[in-house]
Write a protein that binds this ligand. Sequence first.
Ligand SMILES: *[C@@H]1O[C@H](CO)[C@@H](O)[C@H](O)[C@H]1NC(C)=O
Ligand SMILES: *[C@@H]1O[C@H](CO)[C@@H](O)[C@H](O)[C@H]1NC(C)=O
Ligand SMILES: *[C@@H]1O[C@H](CO)[C@@H](O)[C@H](O)[C@H]1NC(C)=O
Ligand SMILES: *[C@@H]1O[C@H](CO)[C@@H](O)[C@H](O)[C@H]1NC(C)=O
Ligand SMILES: *[C@@H]1O[C@H](CO)[C@@H](O)[C@H](O)[C@H]1NC(C)=O
Length: 485
Amino acid sequence: MGLETILALGVVIAMASGGVYSTHNYREALSKSLIFFQGQRSGKLPTDQSLIWRANSALSDGSADNVDLTGGYYDAGDNVKFGLPMAFTTTMLAWSVLEFGKSMPKELDHAREAVRWGTDYLLKASAPLPSSFYVQVGDPNADHGCWERPEDMSTPRSVYKVTPSKPGTEVAAETAAALAAAALVFRTVDGGYSKKLLRTAEKAFAFANRYRGNYSDSLSSVVCPFYCSYSGFQDELLWGAAWLYKATHNSSYLSYAQSLDIDYDSDTFSWDNKIPGAAVLLSRGFILEKNEAVSEFKHRAEKFVCSVLPRSPFKTVIYTPGGLMYKMNGSNLQYVTSSTFLLSAYAKYLKISKQTSMCGDLAVTPLSLRGLVRKQVDYILGDNPNNMSYMVGFGDRFPQRIHHRGSSIPSVGLNAEAIGCEQGFSYYYDGDANPNVLTGAVVGGPDANDEFADDRENYSQSEPATYINAPLVGTLAFLAAGLQP
Ligand SMILES: *[C@@H]1O[C@H](CO)[C@@H](O)[C@H](O)[C@H]1NC(C)=O
Ligand SMILES: *[C@@H]1O[C@H](CO)[C@@H](O)[C@H](O)[C@H]1NC(C)=O
Ligand SMILES: *[C@@H]1O[C@H](CO)[C@@H](O)[C@H](O)[C@H]1NC(C)=O
Ligand SMILES: *[C@@H]1O[C@H](CO)[C@@H](O)[C@H](O)[C@H]1NC(C)=O
Ligand SMILES: *[C@@H]1O[C@H](CO)[C@@H](O)[C@H](O)[C@H]1NC(C)=O
């Protein structure tokens, strides 16, 4: 066979099995989606930092309380280290590695590095357990009143903690989830680190469970309205217990999860609501490992899948005219990436176990799930009414004016002199393209009519966030692996 025949056959096979084929390079997108996390780093940057417009920042974080809280991630376009979204980001990066690490051979080290940048910080935040636990660095109200590069922030780096009398169950339980998931990521590559992660995860979970309360009540205006926990903390207790069960095989965590009063009719998976994630994670044990003790979770995972699939009779999620899942006006793409991650994982379980699921009369197959995942990711990467990629630095046309302080102000390398709180706003309002490309950042995305403003002031559309990218890492690896999940 000549080369052309082989190539032509390849296209035909791809079309026959996938329905559509796209020209997007998922491996390139995967690689870029991980570079983004370098742009969000706080603390002292390593010598192999490849986004070189960033430099060291917040090197005294924690000094307000005489502790070391340097490192970790800025959540989005500001310079605060918010514990709840940072822990969720870390959990989803770890799950991406656990579920799809085999499909990202070239990027596995980078993905582990991204997990570790989160867990190194979460270990510092957990150091005072069991007496207290740090959940945030940076006064968010002061920070949001300024437009400054992280490298020359001038706002108070206040530290915030939860304690037995001012508890924060959701943030402590999410941290337990992150540390337990990461313990599995490092189990074979760094046993000592993995054990430390797991021990700390158990301590964080015990603290979360023993001192129950919403951190939104304990810390009010420093976490709300930024990352107010609207869903309460039962979902994080479920999620934390599910990850600890997976990491320890200790059935007391499973009994605990099963004893919680949870409504599994939820079509939302996010930094706030973990219920569908926990259902899919626990369903894995039944579908793939035939663990009868978790048999009820297959049905619960199906509930989520059936709420999302466009032709499902139980669909509750809406789609834009251009075909994008649409959940909320604020940072909608976070729900697209988190939902498609769960669909990818579930497709993998069904495929390997040769099982199917049903949504009423609709048969759910690995291929139909994959088709939906692919459609959503292709939309993000450019197959949409604006012909625009919503991943910065990917494709010919992508957002130029993202709502991100560091990206929008000339870098310290080019402009070493400090640019103050108010001064920065001249860059915010100038209407010019950002000078620094935050490679791989996926923004909040278009509105319910597929319209996108590319406007820094329109932050619900133009702001990137770590929890938008984290689940996408796994999904891109799933798609990059071709038809073999
Ligand atoms: C925590 O917040 C949720 C959601 O707002 C609320 O339903 C619940 O009663 C709160 N729990 C406590 C212990 O304050
Ligand atoms: C399982 O976890 C529970 C709760 O943390 C603990 O009390 C128990 O000792 C653990 N069991 C084993 C076998 O490790
Ligand atoms: C988005 O905002 C519009 C206008 O304010 C509102 O009508 C619509 O219900 C919102 N959509 C969602 C999914 O929140
Ligand atoms: C997107 O591309 C299609 C096909 O090339 C074209 O018909 C359409 O006008 C383009 N839309 C925009 C907004 O550029
Ligand atoms: C953001 O842009 C969208 C689409 O152009 C528009 O509908 C929305 O009103 C804008 N929001 C703000 C706050 O400017």
